[in-house]
Structure formats: structure tokens, C-alpha cells
Design a protein around this ligand. Structure first.
Ligand code: GLY
Length: 309
């Protein structure tokens, strides 16, 4: 049995011509998260706290498509989705279409812990966030230079795009996520996203949908997904992946099977990260790149822009 494990992702896709500077920004962002997560896990903090914190760090980092760096929709607005799930009791929370709160995953956790519900959407989610004491930001706060340029370009080309690189035929599906296995053996997962650029107002991706963009059960595994949300919803990818876990199938095998299923059934694009019930780490993708990192068995930090393990 592993002592603790942590895996995180910051999006997937087929990235070419990535500048050294941008590559380094992704790797630095991942390392910051892993360092913080490792500190928390080694001190005995629970997996739920760790995944929330890791996702908060990525939501605050403009390079990732979540929170502060979220993409802009067809109406020129930001609409963010997020979810969190506790594998020890299957409690889960999610928010859809948040516009004014910079850490949607924390609002999702509040939905899980402070209401009888699993999902809150739109105006109701906004009111709940406000009443729960989360700080309000104007929607413009989220509009970074890079995202404004991306939205203008997407509109010009009349395209719904997954990321700025997609305009140059280099698809990158941005979303962030984390899965942790703590010293007690409890698993938790979290996912957060701005969705896809130039999406229709009100469009909902896989990230807030339990079973599609996230799943966690101590009896199976924790999973967080990134990719073309519509395809992940149709294949209920995260639950499908977790359900592969058995005495003879651990996280790496389960990720492979789930990615084969996604590719073969809907030609799906994206990737997943997973920690199974024994603390084994796995990941997989149907595309060339998966921006991800994990803490390996000897407690070293590993980061990569291509699928590994
Ligand atoms: N996977 C994120 C989305 O499609 O919204």
C-alpha cells in the first residue's frame, strides 16, 4: 500500500510549437501544486482538502483554463463549471455557469457540505456563492489579454474552439483537475474549467457532471477528466474508468481501457488522471499531450506534457 499519492492535470490536446516560456509556465504551475499537495498529504491532511487546494492554485494561475484564466463564451462572458467528490462517502458537489467567483471548486465544495444538493446552476449557484461568503469579482476580472485575443479570433473564424492553439490546428482542451489518496486511504477528486472558447451561453461541459468529468469512490478509484466535454458526457468517462478497477486491473490499465472506449465509441479527444483504491497512479489520453504531474512512489515530483505512467 502506498502512503499517499497525488496526481493533477492542466488540460490535454495536440500541442505543437509550444514556446519554451509557455512550456515552462505549465511545468512551474504543476510543480507549485504538487509541492503544496505533498506538504499537506505528508502532514496528514485529508484528500478532499488537498484536491481543493491544488485546483484553487490552478484556478488562480492565468495559464490554465479555469478560474482566473477561463476562456470567453460567444457572448463575451466567462462561465465556469467545477466539481468535487469525496470517495469515502460518495458525497459530491458541483456548480455550473459561475460568472463572478474565482474559485468555483470551493463553491462546489460548499454545495456538497452546506446543502442537501449535488449541483447548483446559473443564478442559483451565484446567489448561493454570495450567501456563502465567497468574494464577488466583476466578470471583466477574468478576461485576460490572451483570452480576449482568443475570443476575437474565434468569432472572426466563426468557430467554437477548445483553446487558442486550436485556431492553429493545435487542439488543447483546457480544464484542471486533481486526485489525491491520503494517509487514511481516502480518495478525493476535483475538476474545474472555463469550458470551451466561443461556446454558446449556457453550454455545460463534462466537468461539473458526476461520472463524466469526475468520479471518486474508495472502493474503486478517483478520476478527473479533461477534453471535449460533450464526448466525455456521452461516454460517462470518469465512472467508466473507475468501474474497470478490479483485482487484476489497476489505475494504468483502467485508464488505457477507458481511453480506448472514448476513442473507439465517439472518436473522443482528451485525457484522464486516476488514483485507484490501492493508491496506484494512472493517466491516459487520446491525444498527444496531457499536461500533468504526480508524486511518485518514492515521493519525487514528476511533471510532463505527455501521457505517462
Ligand atoms: N472538459 C471541459 C469542457 O468541455 O467543458
Amino acid at each position: 500500500m502506498k502512503k499517499y499519492s497525488l496526481i493533477i492535470h492542466g488540460g490535454a490536446g495536440n500541442i505543437t510549437n509550444l514556446s519554451d516560456e509557455k512550456r515552462q509556465s505549465y511545468l512551474d504551475g504543476l510543480k507549485e501544486c504538487l509541492g503544496e499537495g505533498q506538504k499537506m498529504l505528508s502532514l496528514g491532511r485529508k484528500s478532499l482538502d488537498v484536491v481543493e487546494r491544488c485546483v484553487n492554485i490552478m484556478e488562480d494561475n492565468k495559464i490554465f483554463n479555469a478560474g482566473r484564466g477561463s476562456v470567453i463564451n460567444a457572448e463575451g462572458e466567462i462561465e465556469m463549471d467545477a466539481s468535487i467528490m469525496d470517495g469515502s462517502n460518495l458525497m459530491s458537489g458541483s456548480v455550473i455557469g459561475l460568472k463572478h467567483y474565482k474559485n468555483p471548486v470551493s463553491v462546489a465544495r460548499a454545495v456538497m457540505e452546506r446543502t442537501e444538493h449535488v449541483m447548483l446552476a446559473g443564478e442559483g449557484a451565484e446567489e448561493f456563492a454570495n450567501k456563502s461568503g465567497f468574494k464577488y469579482f466583476k466578470n471583466n476580472f477574468f478576461k485576460t489579454e490572451a483570452r480576449i485575443r482568443q475570443a476575437e479570433e474565434a468569432k472572426k473564424r466563426k468557430k467554437t474552439v477548445l483553446d487558442i492553439d486550436d485556431l492553429n490546428k493545435n487542439k488543447k482542451m483546457g480544464t484542471v483537475g486533481a486526485v489525491a489518496y491520503d494517509l487514511k486511504g481516502d480518495i478525493a477528486a476535483a475538476t474545474s474549467t472555463g469550458g470551451i472558447a466561443n461556446k454558446l451561453k449556457g453550454r455545460v461541459g463534462d466537468s461539473p457532471i458526476i461520472g463524466a468529468g469526475i468520479y471518486a469512490s474508495n472502493k474503486l478509484a478517483g478520476v478527473s477528466a479533461t477534453g471535449f466535454g460533450e464526448q466525455f458526457i456521452r461516454c460517462v468517462v470518469s465512472f467508466y474508468a473507475a468501474m474497470q478497477i478490479s483485482d487484476i486491473c489497476q489505475a494504468p490499465g483502467a485508464c488505457r481501457i477507458a481511453m480506448d472506449y472514448l476513442r473507439e465509441s465517439v472518436k473522443g479527444l482528451g485525457g484522464i488522471i486516476m488514483i485507484d483504491r490501492l493508491g496506484n497512479i494512472g493517466c491516459g489520453a487520446t491525444c498527444k499531450n496531457l499536461i500533468h504531474g504526480y508524486i511518485g512512489s518514492s515521493a519525487e515530483l514528476f511533471t510532463s506534457l505527455t501521457p505517462s505512467s
